[in-house]
Design a protein around this ligand. Structure first.
Ligand code: SF4
Ligand code: SF4
Length: 388
C-alpha cells in the first residue's frame, strides 16, 4: 500500500489514481469509488441547486471556496460548468484572492453570485464601507451578492447599530445585495443570535460544519435555516489532512456528501486549489451519502483524531493566560492540513501576542484540557515553532 503522508491533496489524489486496491472496501465497491475520482475524460455533472434561505438565490450545492486558488482559470472552468457561487474574502492571499476571483468572473458576472467578507478587525461604519469599496475595486464589479462579517466568535457584533447602518447604506447604494456572517467558533451561539435578532438582519451564515460537528451545531443550523437564514458550510473536510490510513482512497468526496445530506445546509464551499481538486469536489454534485462513505469517514476520523481541533473553545477558560487556543489551532490546521503557510501566518498574526502560543513558553504546566483529548501544550509548542 502506498503512503500519502506528507503529500499535498493533489498528490494524494494521484496516488489514488495509480495505487493498488486497499482492503478497506472490498471488490467492486472499491473499484467504483476509485473510478469516480479518476474517470477521464472527466464529465462535469449536471448542476444541483438549493435555495439560500430568504435571499431566494438558487445556488449550486457545490460552490467554490476560492481562498487558496492561485489561478483564475480554475474558478472560470467551474463557473463555465455551472458552479454559480464563489466565496472569497478581503484578507485571503493578502488581498490578491479577490483580484483572482475578479479575473475569473470577467465577462461572466451575471452567471455567478459573489460572496466576500469585510476585514475581521473592521468595526466602524467607515471601515466597513471602505472594506466593501476596496472589494468592489479588486473584484472589478459594481456589486457584491453577499457581504459577510468575517469570523464572529460571539453574538455581540450581530447587534451593533453602526454595523447595520453601514451595511444598509451600502445596500441602498446598490453595492451589496445581502448580508451574512461567518463563524468558526461558538457557532451555535452566533446562529441562535441571528434568529433572536429582532431585526432578523443577516440573511446568511457561513459555518464550519463537518462529520465531527456536535449535535448543538446541527440543532442551531436547523433553527436558523427554519428562520430563513441561508446556511453555507465550510471546513467540510475536517482540515483536509492527508493520511495513509485509507490507502488509495481520498476522504474528501465522502466528507462533502456527509455535509450536504443535511437538508438545512444549502451549499458547501470546499477550497479548490487546482483542476484535480475541482474535479474531485464538483463530481459530488448529485451523489448520495452511502454506507461506504460512512466507513471511509470513520477511518479518516480515527486517523486524524490526534490533530483535529473543532475550535469549540471549551478548553480556553482553563488557561490562566487567556491563550486563544482554538485560533492557534486553526492557524496550525491551515499550515498542516491545508498546507498554506501564507494563510496560517496571516491567521496567526491576527491573534494578539498576549493571547498567542508565545505565552505558553513561560507557562509552568498546561492547565487547559481538550474535550477531544488533544495535547494542547504540544499543539501550542508546534505552533510556536512553525508560526512564530
Ligand atoms: S500551556 Fe496551556 S495553560 Fe499554559 S498558557 Fe499555554 S494554553 Fe494556557
Ligand atoms: S483544543 Fe479541544 S477543547 Fe480546545 S478548542 Fe480545540 S477541540 Fe475544543
Amino acid at each position: 500500500m502506498q503512503k500519502a503522508q506528507g503529500m499535498n491533496r493533489r498528490e494524494f489524489l494521484k496516488v489514488g489514481v495509480a495505487g493498488t486496491a486497499s482492503a478497506l472496501i472490498a471488490g467492486d465497491a472499491l473499484a467504483e469509488t476509485v473510478q469516480r475520482l479518476v474517470a477521464e475524460p472527466f464529465a462535469f455533472p449536471k448542476p444541483v441547486y438549493r435555495t439560500l434561505g430568504r435571499t431566494g438565490l438558487k445556488v449550486t450545492v457545490i460552490s467554490f471556496g476560492a481562498m487558496l486558488t492561485p489561478e483564475a482559470e480554475v474558478i472560470r472552468l467551474a463557473i463555465n460548468n455551472g458552479v454559480n457561487y464563489v466565496d472569497t474574502a478581503r484578507r485571503y492571499m493578502g488581498g490578491r484572492n479577490e483580484e483572482i476571483v475578479g479575473q475569473a468572473i470577467k465577462g461572466r458576472r451575471e452567471k455567478v453570485y459573489i460572496a466576500t467578507k469585510t476585514q475581521p478587525a473592521s468595526r466602524t461604519k467607515d471601515e466597513i464601507i471602505k472594506d466593501v469599496e476596496t472589494s468592489l475595486s479588486k473584484l472589478g464589479t459594481d456589486y457584491i451578492d453577499v457581504i459577510q462579517l468575517h469570523n464572529l466568535e460571539s453574538s455581540e457584533r450581530i447587534f451593533v447599530a453602526e454595523t447595520k447602518e453601514a451595511l444598509l447604506k451600502l445596500k441602498e447604494q446598490g453595492k451589496v445585495r445581502f448580508f451574512g456572517v461567518t463563524t468558526h467558533k461558538n457557532e451555535a451561539i452566533v446562529l441562535n443570535a441571528l434568529v433572536d435578532d429582532k431585526d432578523r438582519f443577516f440573511d446568511t451564515a457561513l459555518v464550519a460544519y463537518n462529520f465531527k460537528s456536535g449535535k448543538e451545531i446541527g440543532a442551531a443550523i436547523e433553527r436558523a435555516a427554519k428562520a430563513g437564514v441561508g446556511i453555507i458550510a465550510m471546513k467540510t473536510q475536517q482540515g483536509g489532512y492527508s493520511t495513509s490510513a485509507l490507502g488509495t482512497i481520498s476522504p474528501h468526496q465522502a466528507a462533502l456528501k456527509w455535509a450536504l445530506q443535511n437538508p438545512y445546509i444549502t451549499n458547501a464551499i470546499p477550497g479548490m486549489k487546482d483542476m484535480a481538486q475541482l474535479k474531485e469536489d464538483i463530481a459530488v454534485m448529485g451523489m448520495k451519502f452511502t454506507a461506504q462513505d460512512e466507513h471511509i469517514l470513520k477511518r479518516y476520523n480515527a486517523a486524524i483524531a490526534p490533530f483535529y481541533c473543532s475550535f469549540c473553545g471549551k478548553c480556553e477558560s482553563a488557561c490562566p493566560y487567556g491563550v486563544e487556543i482554538s485560533n492557534v489551532n486553526r492557524s496550525l490546521m491551515y499550515a498542516e492540513g491545508y498546507r498554506s503557510g501564507e494563510l496560517a501566518l496571516s491567521t496567526y498574526r491576527e491573534i494578539p501576542i498576549a493571547a498567542s502560543a508565545a505565552v505558553c513558553a513561560n507557562c509552568p504546566a498546561c492547565t487547559a484540557h481538550c474535550v477531544n483529548d488533544l495535547d494542547i501544550a504540544a499543539k501550542m509548542e508546534r505552533a510556536r515553532i512553525i508560526l512564530a
